[in-house]
Write a new protein. Sequence first.
Length: 425
Amino acid sequence: MAAAPPFALIDGNNFYVSCERVFDRRLEGAPVLVLSNNDGCAIARSQEVKALGIKMGTPAFKIRDLIAKHSIRVFSSNYTLYGDMSRRVNAVIADFSPDVEVYSIDETFLGLAGFARRDLPAMCQDLRATVARCTGIPTCVGIGPTKTLAKLGNAAAKKRPEFGGVCDLSGEGPRAAVLRAFPVEDVWGIGPATAAKLAALGIATAAGLRDMSPKQARALGTVTLERTVLELGGLSCLALEEVAPQRKGMAVTRSFGRPVTSLDELREAVAAYATRAGEKLRAHGVVAGQLAAFFHTSPHRDGPHHHGQRSTRLVPMTADTRGLIGAALRCVEAAWRGGRGCRYVKAGVLLDDLCRPEDAPPTLFAAPSPKSGALMAAVDRVNAKHGRNTLFPAAMGIERGWKLRAAHHSPRYTTRLDELPRVRA
DNA sequence: TCTGGGGTCCTAGGACCC
DNA sequence: TCTGGGGTCCTAGGACCC
């Protein structure tokens, strides 16, 4: 039997932190932390920050003392910058292999079917060096006969400096050793709930999971756990997805910068999210058939709790901001309970049943406005040229006191002329 | 005393991912 | 005072149909 063509997974080390470091070399060697939206919790940590014991997802307010004590450099997340750096990294990767799947903002799978005769680890070292030279982003690579093993190899390359940034799990020997050494919760697809069930069976390592019978795996979890077991054993069940499948849904949800108690402010925020949702629909060239809006109080705080949610059909299917705002506001008003002392901390707009406009079913009574597309395109052009929300619906309000916090934002170095990095003479 | 069976579709919720 | 956002897939269970 011919060996299956291997996969590689390349990913950026502490990706968001590395993006910040590219443009400010003083951050090199310093503890650096990137916070989630609203400066809420830790989502990217430099090695120095990990060494201080700060875990992924830790709320920022719980580590304020540590931040001060160790002079941790803190950044609000700058998705414009990270997205553009991701695009640059993938442009370099695309020169190495025609078979790529961009899996997330910082991870890309490569199909290596055409490289069977090459020295794969050497080629991957070359890839790392080229990405580093062209973009400044440090990476690690895992190689394996399945995606799950390539992911595990990547984890090994990151955790163990002796691999030199590339870990090849093609061979039986290295694969068995890594599987024995890694806890089962480090395997792709094994979360806390499944890890707990496995622990109850005495399965604690990746090797233990590999040795589970596929039938038992399916009974314990679902077909996805069965696939994971087979993939750990070297049987490829997950193919490279080079063409991104059509999106099924889309969401714009945000925490508020401060609690919202009035219907007026809630309406503004939800109108703003619906506006952003419309931009996303049009950018993807799709229309939506269903819209839901929600808002809720904090689960972490005392006081009255409420989770309001309503959904509605969009007939005809649309990507027109005006229709989306109207539908979203109707949902919010229907779910509003009159305040009652509730301090709302988050709201969102969810779109479903997405399809290309030409595939949308015709409607008998409600015809789409013929000028809608041209109007939306004009608004999008203005905002692309002059900055987001140069033109915006009045329903969003002007002051927007509910807007999220971002106190530590770095410049959008690569996408805004007025925020270009400066070089001292 | 005795009250079918099998199929589809939809939704809510859980689990996981980055 | 302060706890992110945006996705996917899978299953169970209810509604509905014949």
